[in-house]
Design a protein. Structure first.
Length: 113
C-alpha cells in the first residue's frame, strides 16, 4: 500500500488540473507536510519531472527555514466549477459578416500591353 494520499485528501483542490506554470505560486502557502503530500501523490500518479522538481525545491526551501506565505489555497479560476466559455447567444452576437473572397479570377488585373 502506498503512502500517497487520495486525490480528495490533497491540500490543493483539483491538484491534477492546476496549470504547471502556476504551481510554484500555488504552493507558497503550504506547510512542509502539505507539500510532502503533493510530492507523494505526484510520484505515485503523474510523476511529471518538472512538477516533482518544483515540489522538491519547495520542500528544500521549507526545510531550510522558508515560511509558508500567502493563501494556502489561492484562487484558481481556471479550475472553478463555474460555467466556462463564451456567454454569447444569438441575441447578443454581432452581425454575420462574410469575409471578402480573395483570388477571384474575375477581379485580377490584366497585364498591360
Amino acid at each position: 500500500m502506498s503512502d500517497a494520499p487520495n486525490r480528495d485528501e490533497l491540500p490543493l483542490p483539483d491538484y491534477d488540473h492546476i496549470p504547471q506554470g502556476t504551481l510554484p505560486t500555488r504552493i507558497t502557502g503550504l506547510t512542509e507536510d502539505q507539500v510532502g503530500q503533493l510530492l507523494a501523490y505526484e510520484r505515485e500518479h503523474g510523476n511529471r519531472l518538472p512538477v516533482v522538481q518544483v515540489l522538491e525545491q519547495r520542500m528544500e526551501a521549507l526545510r531550510n527555514g522558508a515560511e509558508p506565505s500567502g493563501a494556502a489555497v489561492p484562487d484558481m479560476p481556471e479550475v472553478s466549477g463555474g460555467r466556462g466559455g463564451s456567454q454569447v447567444s444569438p441575441e447578443t452576437s454581432g452581425p454575420n459578416v462574410v469575409p471578402p473572397f480573395h483570388g477571384n479570377p474575375a477581379h485580377q488585373s490584366q497585364p498591360e500591353k
